[in-house]
Design a protein around this ligand. Structure first.
Ligand code: FES
Length: 165
C-alpha cells in the first residue's frame, strides 16, 4: 500500500469529518488490510496521508485491540472477554483455545497459522460467549469444544486467510 493509495481511499471522507483526526481510524484499518498488521511503513503512510505525526498515529493504533502493531498469524482468533461473554464462559473458551494451540495466553503459534487474542465487545452480546475470526462474522454462542472444532476447520480449510497475498 502506498501513501497515494491511502490518500485516494481517504479522499471521499475528507469533507465528511469536521475533525481530521477522524480520518486516522479508517486509514489505519485500510492500511492494516494490506499486510494484516501495521508495520512502520504503514504507520508512516497513515501519518503522511492524514497529516499527523507518526507518534500520534501510533498512539491511536495502540489504543484499539484489533489494530495489530506486530505481525499476526494467517488467521486471527479474537475471543471477546467483555462482561456478557465473560459471564457466560469466555475465559474458559480462551484458555481451552490457548491450550489447544500450544500458547501461553495471547500470541501466535510457532507455525504462524494462528494468533489468539482477547478483545473487548465485538457487538454480538446476544450470542455470548463468542469470538471472531479475522475481521469476519462473530461466532457464538460457543462451548470450548466448539472453539477447538473451529480451529480444526480453519486448519483444514483450503480457503486462504485475508492476509494472504
Ligand atoms: S460482550 Fe462479548 S460480544 Fe458483547
Amino acid at each position: 500500500m502506498t501513501t497515494h493509495e491511502l490518500e485516494e481511499f481517504l479522499a471521499p471522507m475528507r469533507h465528511e469529518y469536521a475533525d481530521p483526526r477522524s480520518l486516522i481510524l479508517p486509514a489505519l484499518r485500510y492500511a492494516q488490510g494490506d499486510a494484516g498488521w501495521l508495520d512502520p511503513q504503514a504507520m508512516a503512510a497513515v501519518a503522511e496521508a492524514t497529516g499527523f505525526s507518526q507518534a500520534y498515529v501510533e498512539s491511536v493504533a495502540s489504543f484499539y485491540d484489533r489494530l495489530y502493531l506486530e505481525p499476526v498469524g494467517r488467521r486471527v482468533i479474537n475471543v471477546c472477554v467483555t462482561l456478557s461473554c465473560m459471564l457466560r464462559g469466555s475465559d474458559e473458551i480462551f484458555e481451552h483455545l490457548a491450550d489447544y494451540l500450544g500458547l501461553d495466553g495471547e500470541g501466535t503459534t510457532d507455525d504462524g497459522m494462528f494468533s489468539l487474542h482477547k478483545v473487548q465487545c465485538i457487538g454480538a452480546c446476544d450470542r455470548a460467549p463468542c469470538l471472531q475470526i479475522d475481521a469476519g462474522q462473530q461466532i457464538g454462542p460457543l462451548e470450548p469444544a466448539d472453539a477447538t472444532c473451529l480451529v480444526d476447520d480453519l486448519r483444514e480449510a483450503a480457503a486462504p486467510a485475508r492476509y494472504d497475498r
